[in-house]
Design a protein. Structure first.
Lengths: 108, 173
């Protein structure tokens, strides 16, 4: 009984520590929508380990391609695909097929 | 009168003689026919390039033209079906076809770098012309909102194509 209560307490404290410390913040997943030949808004701030789900709502094939080659996602019409951000800094990206479509991810 | 000027401008912009009968501003069925025809002609040009060219940049560009224009035309076909609109041939789309057929015949006689240059130069000129017509006449004349929206997406896309063609032109000079 005592042991069980202690285990529960430990779990609660552990969870609280995880939540309180940004170092242990769980990675988040954000969505970036491509529509009418444009990348929609990107999250203001991203952290390394977060993920972007690219959703291509166009009837055209696009890609989300990092200029520094850190990711390159092919997005056929109507497709969605996930990129886990593995580095920090400003990552400029374009559509490989239509380079006039572009944006930048700010990763902390 | 303004309508007549509008159709005249579309035809003039496409580099052709004024149509014998300028019956008014292009109607939605006529606009659909012009846009669909313009796309089909560029698909044919792209397929010719894929059959003849060995240049990587040119082939990649041609693949993009075939893929994108097929996608737009697929969307256009679905839209006219939904709207119960029958695309209507008109002097502008006929002129486009005549011009593109002549270009294709001229390019058929070329090979290697000469073909690559001629194809890309024509793609730049063709997209400039079609984009000009879309911007000045076809989009402003379109009555149906969905058709107008598709033409607007098309214009954004075809400007990308023109830009891409200009980049490839630098590589094949």
């Amino acid at each position: 009984m005592l042991l069980r209560r202690f285990a529960r307490l430990a779990a609660t404290v552990g969870a609280a520590m995880l939540c309180a410390s940004p170092a242990f913040a769980a990675p988040r997943t954000y969505t970036v929508v491509i529509d009418k030949m444009k990348f929609g808004p990107v999250p203001a701030v991203l952290h390394k380990g977060d993920a972007i789900v690219w959703v291509n709502k166009d009837f055209l094939r696009h890609s989300a391609t990092a200029k520094d080659h850190s990711f390159d996602v092919d997005l056929p019409a109507g497709a969605r695909a996930k990129t886990v951000i593995g580095k920090t800094g400003a990552i400029a990206f374009v559509c490989r097929y239509h380079p006039g479509m572009h944006g930048t991810l700010e990763v902390k | 009168m303004i309508s007549k000027i509008a159709l005249f401008s579309a035809t003039a912009l496409l580099g052709m003689a004024a149509p014998a009968i300028a019956a008014g501003a292009p109607t939605d069925p006529q606009i659909a026919h012009i846009a669909y025809t313009a796309g089909n002609l560029d698909i044919a040009a792209g397929k010719q390039a894929l059959a003849k060219s060995h240049n990587k940049a040119v082939r990649s560009f041609a693949q993009e033209m075939v893929r994108d224009h097929q996608a737009v035309n697929g969307k256009a076909l679905a839209l006219v079906k939904k709207l119960h609109v029958t695309p209507e041939a008109n002097p502008t789309s006929t002129s486009l076809t005549t011009g593109a057929n002549a270009t294709r015949a001229r390019l058929a006689k070329l090979s290697g770098a000469a073909f690559d240059r001629a194809y890309i130069d024509n793609e730049i000129a063709y997209h400039k012309t079609v984009n000009g017509a879309l911007e000045s006449t076809l989009i402003p004349s379109a009555k149906n909102g969905e058709l107008k929206s598709l033409l607007e997406i098309g214009l954004t896309l075809f400007r990308e194509h023109q830009h891409h063609a200009e980049q490839v032109a630098k590589e094949v000079k």
